[in-house]
Write a protein of this length. Structure first.
Length: 218
């Protein structure tokens, strides 16, 4: 009879170890992309056997991080779609999109380069697919409404804005830029064709909404 009860703490401990390893991996891989699993185990405070029990190799660890990032991205996009749906002006929807994905991008920015090398471009595309679809839909709507320029197809414009966002995340990573998403949101709206003053006003309005929502959650 005591054996089933004993397995509960073991499972809880295993989940805790796995979560700690993943959290440590997010930090350490950002500092040193070539960190070994043995070094990561030490940084996580677990023995090598424990880490390999959860992640038998580097690819398995990166795949777990990719899935974690994918789940986070889907969650924030769903919340954003519910908050800023088709009834909102496209420029505000795009600004809110940036604020929604920024924390996820900030947390997992190291993963893009690593995943392309270790998991392949197709897996990266799979993780980013929901965000790319949402951005493209917002841009398409904004082009129809005359908010965004139309000299590029929505999907192509989305790809360009994505590249800019990744580049700005890298600048944050190097310390050249401090941003909570505000600067990137303004830059994205301007790049999409929104006049400077209107872009800043839209971002300020959305930033106030985001701040109010964060205060309400606290």
């Amino acid at each position: 009879m005591p054996k089933p009860m004993a397995r509960v703490p073991q499972r809880r401990n295993a989940r805790s170890n796995r979560a700690r390893i993943l959290a440590t991996a997010r930090q350490e891989l950002g500092r040193n992309p070539d960190i070994t699993l043995e070094e990561l185990a030490r940084a996580s405070g677990v023995v090598r056997r424990t880490l390999f029990g959860h992640f038998p190799g580097r690819a398995a660890l990166l795949e777990a991080l990719a899935e974690e990032a994918s789940e986070s991205l889907r969650s924030v996009l769903a919340a954003g779609a519910a908050r800023f749906g088709s009834g909102e002006p496209a420029e505000r929807a795009l600004a809110y999109f940036v604020f929604s994905i920024w924390p996820v991008g900030d947390r997992y920015r190291f993963l893009l380069a690593l995943a392309r090398r270790d998991l392949g471009a197709e897996r990266v595309a799979e993780v980013l697919a929901p965000a790319r679809a949402e951005a493209t839909a917002i841009l398409e709507r904004g082009q129809r409404d005359g908010v965004f320029h139309t000299h590029l197809p929505p999907a192509v414009l989305s790809a360009g804005l994505e590249a800019m966002t990744v580049a700005l995340l890298e600048e944050v990573n190097t310390g050249a830029l401090e941003d909570d998403g505000t600067h990137t949101a303004v830059a994205m709206l301007i790049a999409a064709g929104v006049p400077d003053e209107k872009a800043r006003a839209a971002v300020d309005a959305v930033a106030s909404t985001v701040a109010a929502e964060a205060a309400a959650d606290d």
